[in-house]
Write a protein that binds this ligand. Structure first.
Ligand code: G06
Length: 559
């Protein structure tokens, strides 16, 4: 590539990237009639739709979508002739025999092992149970919070004899009263958390620590100047303190000191604790430090008796013991590729040296705490993990995998005989095609290929940072423009920068946010965009995008 100031800049083939975008079919063309459409009309609509979506697919840079559909059409087209429905539990064949549960089980076993867990074995409480999601990680996050809520609120575990009454509530009615915090879990997640969590806590009627704090302990907030926030603050850039800089400048990971302070507060009040950790956060691609959080929270849980609680039920005549905390890892993006970065880090043949050590995040995270006056405690700290199938893995539609452990499974709300299986998942009908797509992807993508793709993605992210700095230097000189605010969190596969013009945001399907640089100060709002460098992102595509940023009208004047 020539020097950014020379006129002989080598640009990718403009025709390939700058042809006029074919629009979608018109509303008139799409209008459905009782009589149906003629074959010619239908073909015209589908041809136009295909041209439009293929153009947008080839120009998509702003979302975590792997555009490589890896031959699914050739391999799997035949399965479109069959309705495949995995209704019920993945490990119970059930009444609807046209299902792909044997395939689903193979996919679940792959991820159980990839995430240092044990494949499902019904009698092994430490083994992993889960299912292939019919929505994406939103469903998995919601399921994990539901499971955590009921586990910590003392409801009945799967397979355990119910208390005298048939109620699903385990804890004694007089125990589980509104003013008894022992059965009222509190949820903690950072301000960089995906919006599926604020939706999930609303659906599940789970209080965030801010709501619980404002309601019950209004004057006791240990962080944020005594004012209860709803989210745990995210970390600041290293070396700055809170009042000087705002976490907008930060890497996007959680502020562990703040998390420990608020968890310690609520655990001290007797509440069971639910913590979500982001692993590949939505806008900055940050990875919360799962190992550090686990190691620092274990002593807190120990100190407040949350390692091994006694749950009373059946009018106090019986009891059960279970832990009083739940750590969920929202690995929608990162749980798909970080395991392979870890392999690249360990194996010199890949020639990859990460910017920072590749973090742990999964069922292999075990923490140890040695109290001075008792036996040491060592525990597996992660209770559930989710990954989207349509992000890193490249499924053609939303799907995902949720894994937890047999020891946390709850008794389902009902036992519908007519599905021939326990109703252990979130959905009723479940997509039976998704497990086949995921299986096909994993069967054709060896571990070595996965490692190469993960390293390629890191290299493309570093390359884009370099190219954006060249654009910034050029525009400063040519148009006397200000910074492009180029930033990339270490190990993230996304790069963020100043939002380009509306035309370019639409052309490249960029995802944008507007962020205050100071709490409450609207004067310094920054309009940012990001690009995700997925396994399918080629250098040519990055070059074509960067080439567009040299145009005089590539950015709106900073308002
Ligand atoms: C703005 O970008 C998004 O909302 C994308 C989904 C669109 S890209 C496929 N992220 C979804 C996401 C989700 C929800 O995943 P999905 O339900 O699979 O879309 C959960 N957790 C994190 C950290 C996420 O980033």
């Amino acid at each position: 590539r020539g020097d950014v100031f020379s006129e002989d800049l080598v640009l990718p083939d403009p025709e390939a990237w700058n042809s006029l975008p074919p629009g979608p079919p018109t509303a008139e063309q799409l209008k459905l009639r009782r009589t149906g459409l003629t074959d010619t009309e239908r073909a015209a609509v589908l041809d136009q739709l295909a041209a439009h979506l293929e153009y947008k697919r080839d120009h998509l840079l702003g979302y975590q979508v792997n555009a490589d559909m890896g031959g699914y059409a050739e391999d799997l087209g035949r399965f479109l002739r069959t309705h495949i429905n995995n209704i019920g539990d993945p490990f119970a064949n059930g009444g609807l025999k046209v299902n792909s549960k044997v395939v689903e089980q193979a996919v679940l076993a792959y991820f159980a092992e990839l995430w240092h867990g044990k494949p499902y074995a019904p009698t092994d409480r430490e083994s992993c149970w889960g299912y292939v999601l019919s929505m994406g990680s939103t469903e998995g996050n919601m399921y994990a919070l539901w499971n955590a809520r009921d586990y910590l609120a003392g409801r009945r575990l799967l397979g355990e004899e119910g208390p005298d009454s048939n109620s699903l509530t385990y804890a004694d009615p007089h125990d589980a009263t509104p003013d008894n915090p022992a059965y009222q879990p509190v949820v903690f997640y950072s301000e960089d958390t995906h919006y599926s969590f604020s939706k999930a806590v609303r659906v599940l009627n789970l209080p965030t620590f801010g709501e619980m704090g404002r309601g019950r302990y209004p004057t006791e907030c240990p962080i944020n100047g005594g004012v209860w926030p709803d989210d745990v603050p995210s970390a600041l850039p290293s070396g700055t303190d809170r009042d000087e800089r705002y976490s907008t400048f930060g890497p996007g990971s959680i502020d562990v000191d703040a998390l420990v302070a608020v968890v310690d507060f609520f655990a001290g009040k007797g509440h069971p604790i639910i913590v979500n950790l982001n692993f590949g956060s939505t806008f900055k691609g940050a990875h919360d430090p799962v190992r550090e959080v686990a190691d620092r929270l274990l002593p807190v849980f120990y100190r407040h008796g949350l390692i091994d609680r006694e749950i009373h039920y059946g009018q106090g005549r019986r009891s059960d013991r279970r832990r009083g905390f739940w750590i969920h890892v929202d690995g929608a993006l990162g749980a798909g590729y970080v395991p392979f970065l870890a392999r690249a880090e360990k194996e010199p043949k890949y020639g990859y040296t990460p910017q920072v050590p590749v973090p742990e995040f999964d069922f292999g995270v075990r923490s140890r705490f040695a109290p001075h006056d008792a036996e040491p405690v060592e525990l597996d700290m992660v209770a559930s993990i989710v990954v989207s199938g349509h992000k890193w893995l490249g499924a053609p539609w939303p799907c995902g995998i949720l894994l937890t452990k047999v020891k946390y499974q709850m008794q389902p709300p009902s036992t519908p005989d007519y599905i021939g299986s326990l109703d252990t998942t979130f959905a009723g009908s479940r997509n039976g095609f998704s497990p086949i797509v995921l299986w096909d992807h994993l069967a054709r993508t060896s571990e070595g290929k996965q490692v190469s793709l993960a390293v390629h993605s890191q290299r493309m992210a570093a390359y884009l940072v370099e190219q954006l700095h060249k654009v910034e230097a050029y525009r400063r000189l040519k148009f006397a423009e200000d910074s492009l605010f180029v930033d990339r969190t270490p190990l993230a596969i996304t790069v963020r920068f100043r939002r380009p013009s509306a035309r370019l945001v639409a052309k490249w399907s960029l995802s944008t946010v507007s962020q205050r640089m100071r709490p409450g100060d609207d004067s310094g709002i920054r309009h940012l965009a990001h690009v995700f460098l997925m396994a399918s992102t080629t250098q040519e595509k990055v070059d074509a995008f960067v080439a567009d940023l040299y145009a005089y009208d590539a950015f709106d004047a900073i308002d």
